[in-house]
Design a protein around this ligand. Structure first.
Ligand code: PLP
Length: 399
């Protein structure tokens, strides 16, 4: 079959691939501890499910507005005004089929051949491919492990001295590192965006899962200074344990939001009508619901970081947000004779029944991503296997 050039260089999502690999090994009879998943192990809270069930019973099952149902767009505009002091109106909000789809629509609407788009590494797997699918080119901007993998404005400024960029994609809290960009750094980015006329895309999918002091530093706070150059992307998937519902959103300049809606009108049309009714109810769940999930994640993070520190050859920071750790495993790789993180992840899966995602999928060799959105018993057992590991199947050793 002749496929488009566009798709030929595209690799399938490494995180979804890791999930499929773990499933395959589990089906072969191995007891797998899966630290790969990028989704909460909690169930969607009851009031959200009730709202969707009600919508179905009331036959809210037809096509709705391509931009998303008005009450959800208005509800999000209100929420951002309340939490971050923004003045977005409902027409500056669009709803898509999850944050991933919203980012895809955004890339299609804003980027074109000849554009370069800055992406801080380690990065979420879909950013570079979405940029490439729009015909543009990613420019990777480094972060440093010693600096907690925080995206720094000085790195962007240095890049801008030699490169013209159309946009920069930020992700705080970050998947895979858990790094959170502090408010002062966001102000510096905002200044650079104004000076260099950059579009700033801020993916804040994990906004509710940050464990540092004070409230979450959203790019939304910069809207008085860079309203026309900023798009905030969010999702109900992680915050409200609604991954399968497929509801994500963007807030931004009316022209860009309008363009994304226009593309959606020729694509999915909109996400499921009753999923959006559930999302409206999600905006009303008491903060304690999110708070209890956050506290559970914080405990699990501490458990995971503590247990990892007892594995010879692994060094792990205590991330400030999301629900992933991104340990440096270069010493561990050397110990067992692995030359890359893909082989190591495969070795751990086949040798220990431990599923992780290789760092190279996120643009960082010598690391693994492990999720703590799993039960504490699973974390303990997975890490015990790692601590007691004495032998692993290395490719090329005939095993
Ligand atoms: N952005 C980041 C950084 C993510 O990690 C994910 C999911 O893993 C998404 C966006 C998209 O999530 P969804 O499409 O479920 O809203």
């Amino acid at each position: 079959m002749k496929l488009s050039t566009r798709v030929r260089d595209l690799t399938p999502s490494a995180t979804l691939q890791a999930k499929a690999d773990a499933e395959r090994v589990r089906r072969s009879g191995i007891d797998v501890i899966d630290l790969g998943p990028g989704e909460p192990d909690f169930n969607t809270p009851g009031p959200i499910k009730d709202a969707a069930k009600r919508a179905l019973d009331e036959n809210f099952t037809h096509y709705v507005d391509t931009a998303g149902i008005p009450e959800l767009r208005a509800g999000l505009a209100d929420r951002y005004q309340r939490d971050f002091g923004t003045d977005y109106g409902p027409e500056e909000v669009m709803i898509g089929c999850g944050g991933k789809n919203v980012l895809f629509l955004l890339a299609q609407a804003a980027f074109e051949p000849g554009d370069r788009v800055g992406i801080f590494a380690p990065y979420w797997v879909s950013f570079p491919d979405q940029v490439r699918l729009a015909g543009a080119e990613p420019l990777f901007l480094p972060t440093r492990e010693e600096d907690g993998f925080v995206a720094r404005a000085e790195v962007l400024e240095r890049a801008l001295a030699t490169e013209a960029l159309r946009a920069v994609i930020f992700n705080s809290p970050c998947n895979p590192t858990g790094a959170v960009i502090p408010g002062e750094e966001i102000a510096r980015f905002s200044e650079l965006a104004r000076k260099h006329d950059l579009l700033m895309v801020s993916d804040e999918t994990y906004e509710f899962f940050h464990y540092g002091q004070g409230s979450f530093a959203s790019f939304a706070r910069e809207t008085p200074r860079m309203r026309e150059q900023l798009v905030i992307v969010g999702s109900f998937s992680k915050s409200y344990a609604m991954t399968g519902w497929r509801v994500g959103y963007a807030l931004g300049p009316r022209s860009l939001i309008g363009a994304m809606i226009k593309i959606q009108s020729h694509d999915a049309s909109h996400t499921a009508s009753f999923s959006m009714k559930g999302a409206v109810a999600a905006l009303q769940v008491p903060p304690s619901v999110l708070g209890s999930m956050r506290e559970a994640y914080r405990r699990r993070r501490d458990l995971m970081v503590g247990e990892l520190s007892r594995v010879e050859g692994i060094r792990c920071l205590r991330p400030e947000g999301a629900y992933y750790v991104f340990p440096n495993v270069s010493g561990f790789m050397k110990r067992f004779g692995f030359v890359n993180s893909v082989d190591l992840a495969r070795g751990l899966l086949l040798g220990l029944g431990l599923a992780t995602v290789p760092g190279s999928a996120f643009g960082a060799e010598g690391y693994l991503r492990m999720s703590y959105a799993v039960a504490e018993t699973q974390i303990r057992e997975g890490l015990r296997r790692l601590q007691e590991c004495r032998n692993l199947p290395v490719p090329g050793e005939g095993r």
